[in-house]
Design a protein. Structure first.
Length: 623
């Protein structure tokens, strides 16, 4: 049988705090606040929770002293406290009239709050259930001396970190640390519910991005929970999408494409028939994205493309790997490594001409923000520091949602072909100094190195580009003419051979190239080559490749150190003068580190050789 202590443990875990002293203040259990006389006296005034008591009735305080599960105080906010009440079953979350304090979480926490708010501003948190994915959570703010509490629309059925309750109290945007588990749970739920209403694959990214764009309208974000009619919500959504996109450089026809998808959705009888309070209703979708995905996108220190990861997971559960829509997500640790290779700074102007959902731009933006010293600098980065192009209308929609939510100013993402003269001219006029890209692979009309060539042509003289391309681009003379043009106009600074399964579950072997724009390659000068096959990630069922042993950061630091110092290390790196006809991979030039060869390696090689001889008929089994 579920017991209430399970709920209490879950709440502390999700609040990211412990009993006793924390960095923000102190967490007291079971009303044990005898050292704070004012709070202690108010809990004595409340007494034990009565069975029945209206929210405005102060005459029925029980015997003894009130004992809420937790009282939280703050070092920097002495006039604010958080009171928490837990129940072990979601059926005990709230009574119909919220007038049964003893039996229900909301009723109980508001019972305590009405006494505590006589001297404090109170955040009242009610949590019911013992399973994290099935919790019922409600939170309220009851300011000192006010007659009624105000329910927070944020954090519905989610326990936020303590810092986020402070953000709500101060009227700020909540932020959530990246959680792949949370993303996957949300993706599964949305997949299952959208399947019921027969939404097409190509409309799914527009649906998700459109809601996130609308949530960037503060009026809509504040009021959508109060709208109690399907048509009212849909009209408000459409109006807010138009309002937000009106202030950007996004083409009007693209705005109308997004809007049209929601106009069509208004006629979906299955969606319209959903009770607005139930899972799968339009209000539920908005709330899920508002509470779970947007706060991860908004997190100040989060370089991750949370929206891209969410949509990638969403597509997996929809019966594909996303490749049908051109979604092959660049692994986040690879994205960060590539940004670090070109040493992105706050004064750079960064472009990705195949930006997809915007992963490279988001990673670069965060790195640039971390170097900024004031709001003027961060505003300049948002407005003038980041540019993108994408040809796929659905991915373009995800990208603009990604950047708008991060307050990038005008959303400098262009829809169209990066080889288009007008788009190329637009990017060239922005005087970009850094290029980042994972170009589309195996295109019929363009090879990957032609995308690299186009990117470099759009950068300023001396601009740097970090691109990830298939190994075939660095081997032999398959792309002889493009390679020759590249060397005529640009300089290859480095090539890194990446892990064979870095794009798992897809099977493409890749390398990362670093180029310097508009400076002819001097084949008398050495190019650096890195053998970066072990990134510390291992495969785990249902999780893909994960850094379970936390090795990546130290590995990345060593790779970058070797490159920055142009250091040759046997088995890891090499330097070589190359022409456009040579191989551009360390495997061709690296010296073997014999100190790492073991007897097991030797025996394995002998076994492989013997197997080869048997298979080729050179020797027969049993001889």
């Amino acid at each position: 049988m579920a017991v209430e202590s399970y709920t209490e443990e879950l709440v502390l875990k999700e609040l990211k705090c412990i009993l006793g002293m924390n960095s923000f203040g102190y967490v007291y259990p079971q009303g044990d606040v005898s050292n704070i006389v004012l709070i202690d006296n108010l809990l004595k005034q409340a007494g034990g929770k009565p069975v029945d008591c209206d929210i405005d009735d102060y005459s029925k305080g029980g015997n003894g002293k009130g004992k809420p599960e937790f009282i939280i105080t703050f070092n920097n906010y002495p006039n604010l406290i958080v009171v928490v009440e837990c129940k072990n079953a979601v059926s005990k979350h709230s009574s119909q009239q919220m007038n049964k304090p003893k039996g229900f979480a909301i009723d109980g926490v508001l019972y305590y709050a009405k006494y505590l708010k006589q001297e404090f501003d109170v955040i009242a948190l009610a949590v019911s259930g013992t399973q994290i994915d099935k919790l019922k959570v409600s939170s309220y703010e009851w300011r000192k001396g006010h007659d009624k509490p105000l329910e927070y629309s944020k954090g519905k059925d989610v326990v936020l970190e303590v810092d986020n309750y402070l953000r709500l109290y101060n009227g700020e945007q909540i932020q959530r640390r990246f959680s792949l588990d949370e993303i996957r749970k949300t993706a599964v739920l949305m997949h299952n519910t959208l399947r019921e209403i027969k939404m097409t694959e190509r409309n799914k990214p527009i649906f998700i991005a459109g809601i996130l764009i609308a949530l960037n309208d503060s009026a809509f974000e504040s009021n959508f929970t109060n709208l109690n009619d399907f048509d009212f919500i849909m009209d408000a959504l459409i109006s807010s999408i138009r309002k937000v996109l009106h202030n950007t450089d996004i083409q009007k026809d693209k705005t109308e494409n997004i809007v049209q998808a929601f106009i069509i959705l208004k006629t979906n009888t299955k969606l319209k028939s959903k009770n607005l309070n139930e899972l799968g209703s339009i209000r539920w979708y908005i709330s899920e994205l508002d509470n779970k995905i947007k706060p991860m996108m908004f997190h100040a220190d989060n370089t991750l493309d949370a929206l891209g990861v969410f949509y990638h997971e969403f597509i997996k559960y929809s019966g594909g790997d996303g490749q049908g829509l051109g979604i092959i997500l660049t692994p986040q640790h690879l994205t960060e490594f590539m940004v670090d290779l070109v040493n992105v700074s706050k004064t750079d102007r960064v472009v990705d001409i195949c930006c997809g959902s915007g992963s490279f731009l988001i990673t670069a933006m965060t790195k640039m923000f971390n170097q900024a010293t004031n709001t003027d600098e961060t505003d300049k980065i948002r407005k003038e520091g980041l540019y993108g192009v994408d040809f796929d209308p659905e991915l373009y929609t995800l990208a603009i949602a990604n950047m708008i939510i991060r307050k990038d100013g005008k959303s400098n993402i262009k829809y169209g072909d990066c080889f288009n003269k007008d788009i190329a001219s637009f990017i060239r006029n922005k005087k970009c100094t850094i290029g980042l890209m994972n170009p589309p692979y195996s295109q019929k009309d363009k090879v990957e190195l032609e995308f690299v060539e186009q990117l470099l042509s759009l950068l300023e003289v001396g601009g740097k580009a970090s691109v990830v391309v298939p190994m075939s681009c660095a081997i032999g003379t398959k792309y002889k003419e493009v390679r020759e043009r590249l060397f005529k106009h640009h300089s290859l600074k480095a090539v890194f051979s990446m892990p064979d399964e870095i794009f798992y579950p897809t099977g493409t072997n890749v390398c990362v190239m670093v180029w310097e724009a508009h400076k002819s390659h001097d084949s008398s000068k050495e190019t650096y080559f890195g053998y970066c096959k072990d990134d510390g990630f291992v495969k785990r069922k249902k999780l893909g490749r994960v850094d379970v042993n936390n090795r990546w950061e130290s590995i990345k630091k060593e790779w970058l150190r070797l490159y920055q110092n142009l250091e040759v290390k046997p088995g890891v790196s090499a330097k070589k003068c190359v022409t456009h006809l040579d191989e551009w991979l360390t495997e061709a030039y690296m010296k073997t580190d014999y100190s790492k060869i073991t007897m097991e390696d030797f025996q394995s090689s002998v076994n492989d050789y013997l197997a080869y001889l048997v298979k080729s008929g050179e020797i027969h089994e049993g001889r």
